[in-house]
Write a protein that binds this ligand. Structure first.
Ligand code: GLV
Length: 326
């Protein structure tokens, strides 16, 4: 008998077909919204779950689903899963690293350039029929090229963002839990390691690419925003909660910083609607990895992790190796 799995949200039909060759699939191609009780109900008797980062997997769920062996998240970030609780319950947890590095790095640049060069604001002006004649000072901004790029969180995506700066004649400074090996710093456009405060004061543009955890909650608040240059752009492609959104809104309103590009929000998708009153922010709905090839690769990788976990193989992206019993 094939093990049973739940796919919690709609995904690529070909990935459902692929999964069905190996496991018995209960899918959700109607994309119904499962609340926690419904998710728990549907997980009864399931050995694995193809999880979406919009669902929370915490201690009480593991206790209520004793047959669950694997939670495979279709995302590189996994702050929706209580990994220590999963480990205690003997449940394997996996994510989808690497396949999204380049696409997400592209998007960090997209937001940095769009926010700095006032793309959304000027397009709204044009669409609203307000462009009557060319002016020398229409939508003046800071430059991206030849500036200093600050990256907070220098993992694989951060390094991919840094590599792209070579063609823009930029200097790169970074902050990370630990300093990179010299050869990795060299490959990341000779990135220079700085403390957080020094980075915030030095960088012309700051991109956040670190994981969310209690330690990174509101890492960027009013105090940190005040350290940044008034001409600076802040980009968050990491997770909501790393930035104190109310403090960012106040900083954008008062001109403490010039602009922001924000793809992730506190309490998304119910984000702080005060963002909508600001012209100097580019807002996108958590789409950093959303290219067709990358989202497809993430879905297949999630399926491969699930199939491996339920067939006695070590999943390629196992986050809690203590749970694996060959
Ligand atoms: C998306 O946000 C991811 O973590 O992959």
């Amino acid at each position: 008998m094939k093990p049973k799995v739940l796919v919690t949200r709609e995904t690529f039909p070909e990935v459902i077909d692929y999964l069905a060759q190996h496991v018995e699939v209960e899918h959700n191609q109607n994309d119904e919204a499962y609340d926690e009780a419904e998710l728990m109900r549907r997980l009864q008797g399931k050995a694995g779950v193809f999880a979406n980062p919009t669902h929370r997997f915490a201690g009480e769920l593991f206790a209520a689903c004793p047959e669950l062996k694997a939670v495979c998240n279709m995302a590189v970030g996994y702050n929706n899963i209580d990994v220590p609780a999963a480990t205690a319950a003997g449940v394997m947890v996996t994510n989808t690293p690497d396949v999204l590095n380049e696409t997400t790095a592209d998007f960090g640049w997209t937001l940095m350039m769009a926010a700095t060069r006032r793309v959304s604001e000027s397009e709204h002006f044009l669409r609203a029929g307000q462009w009557k004649r060319w002016r020398y000072d229409d939508f003046l901004s800071a430059d991206v090229h030849s500036s200093t790029l600050g990256i907070i969180g220098m993992g694989r995506i951060g390094q991919a963002i840094a590599r792209r700066s070579m063609g823009f004649n930029m200097k790169v400074v970074y902050h990370n839990r630990s300093r990179l090996a010299p050869e990795l710093e060299a490959a990341a456009n000779h990135a220079q390691y700085l403390g957080m405060e020094e980075l915030l004061r030095t960088a012309d543009h700051v991109v956040l690419v670190l994981p969310y955890s209690p330690a990174s909650h509101h890492l960027i608040g009013a105090k940190q925003l005040a350290m940044m240059k008034p001409t600076a752009t802040l980009v968050n492609i990491a997770r909501g909660g790393i930035v104190d959104d109310a403090a960012l809104i106040a900083a954008l309103r008062s001109g403490t910083i010039a602009a922001a590009g924000i793809d992730v929000f506190e309490n998304e998708p119910a984000f702080n609607s005060d963002f909508l009153t600001l012209k100097n922010v580019v807002l996108t709905p958590h789409i950093g990895s959303a290219s067709v090839p990358t989202r497809r690769a993430m879905a297949y990788l999630t399926a491969d992790n699930l199939i491996a976990a339920l067939s006695g193989q070590r999943p390629p992206n196992l986050l809690n190796p203590d749970t694996f019993q060959p």
